[in-house]
Design a protein around this ligand. Structure first.
Ligand code: NAI
Ligand code: MG
Length: 358
């Protein structure tokens, strides 16, 4: 029996997560897996009921589960709270840190049916099959923060970007291992021409590459990488980078597949895995049954693959999504002429209908 913690969170999290849970249960039934699904509060509801966006009960639930399925956090209401109580900083980051999830894994594989939905040309995206590995528990988001007033009445705000050799080594080790099992090319993205932390990052990558002679390591500056991702994304196999660069580059990479609503993610490195779409709570489209649930559904595929080590179940979900897209169904973010527009719930029902064990 596997215990799975489910945290829908805010905004469209409350619409896409019920859909993803339905797929999770159907898949478990198909493969005769016994899941114990337990819901936890995070962000807005948690703050309203327990006084904190990440209550201890939620953290304990996650720590005692084999995997966590998360929607997203963040809402206009929560934005009115002081920075230290906002859910991105008070719930999401501590959850990742407490669970030891230093490696965020975001695969971008093109569904041929979605090529017309991408703003990029077919020739540019048709052969894209890449993974971005983002360091998740260090760097700017976790560094010391301060705001001080000077005698002149000016204010100075700062965020520290610090990485230790240990932090760099473990994420690079993770990335080399992933690259070894794929096309054996690793692009380490940094800004070593100006940042000291990037210089240590690059030196450490060079050193570690001795242990992985079969993997070709290249270095790329982050600004160039941003350009290459839209100019020639098929050149990439595995990209590894620090926390903030990875945050930004993966939103950009999601466009290759037509929408941020297509990009799943797995956060790994601890005993519990955390699975969530790469997008946020999208308050601009919340409550209208138009959010694309596929990123959340594909996140459940990653849950089966990486936390339950069940490749067949993962592939069944991915195949069901591919079949629904091939049959022409699209949520509005992916709609193009000649396709059939469906809402969040209907998209979930279609994926469930196309789900088979073989
Ligand atoms: P966002 O990712 O929520 O939305 C960016 C754009 O993509 C919006 O136009 C949205 O409508 C669209 N979009 C996102 N997911 C979609 C989906 N499944 N289907 C169709 N369209 C989709 O990022 P934004 O707007 O910058 O942030 C909104 C809130 O989410 C903020 O409070 C932010 O802090 C939070 N956030 C939370 C994250 C998390 O919980 N992991 C990650 C990113 C942002
Ligand atoms: Mg982001």
């Amino acid at each position: 029996m596997y215990r799975i913690a489910v945290l829908p969170g805010d905004g469209i999290g409350r619409e896409i997560i019920p859909v993803a849970v339905h797929i999770l249960k159907r898949t478990a039934d198909l493969f005769r897996l016994n899941l114990q699904i337990e819901y936890g509060l995070i962000s807005e509801e948690a703050y309203a009921r327990e006084g904190h966006p990440l209550p201890p009960s939620t953290l304990t639930l996650c720590q005692n589960s084999v995997a966590v399925l998360l929607g997203a956090v963040g809402s206009p209401e929560m934005d009115r709270l002081p920075p230290e109580l906002r859910p991105e900083r008070a719930a999401l980051l501590p959850l990742r840190k407490e669970l030891g999830l230093y490696a965020n894994f975001r695969p971008v594989k093109i569904f041929p049916e979605l090529i017309p939905a991408s703003p990029l040309k077919k020739e540019i995206i048709e052969n894209v099959d890449l993974v971005v590995i983002r360091e998740l528990t260090g760097g700017l988001y976790f560094g010391e923060k301060s705001r001080v007033k000077t005698a002149e009445g000016e204010e100075i705000a700062s965020d520290l970007l610090a990485y230790s050799t240990m932090e760099i080594r473990r994420i690079l080790h993770f990335a080399f291992t992933v690259a070894r099992q794929r096309r054996q090319k690793l692009t380490s993205v940094d800004k070593a021409n100006v940042l000291t932390s990037s210089q240590l990052w690059r030196e450490t990558a060079e050193e570690l590459s001795q242990d992985y002679p079969e993997v070709v390591l290249e270095h790329m500056y982050v600004d160039n990488c941003a350009m290459q991702l839209v100019k020639n994304p098929a050149q990439f196999d595995v990209i590894v980078t620090e926390n903030m660069f990875g945050d930004i580059l993966t939103d950009q990479a999601s466009v290759l597949n037509g929408s941020l609503g297509m990009l799943p993610s797995a956060s790994l490195g601890g005993e519990t895995g955390l699975f969530e779409p790469a997008h946020g709570s999208a308050p601009d489209i919340a409550g209208q049954d138009i959010a694309n649930p596929i990123a959340a559904i594909l996140s459940t595929a990653l849950l089966f693959r990486y936390s339950l080590q069940h490749e067949a179940a993962a592939q069944a979900i991915e195949a069901a999504v591919a079949r629904v897209l091939a049959a022409g169904y699209r949520t509005p973010d992916l709609y193009t002429e000649g396709t059939t527009r469906v809402g969040t719930e209907e998209m979930g029902a279609l994926v469930a209908r196309f789900l088979t064990a073989g």
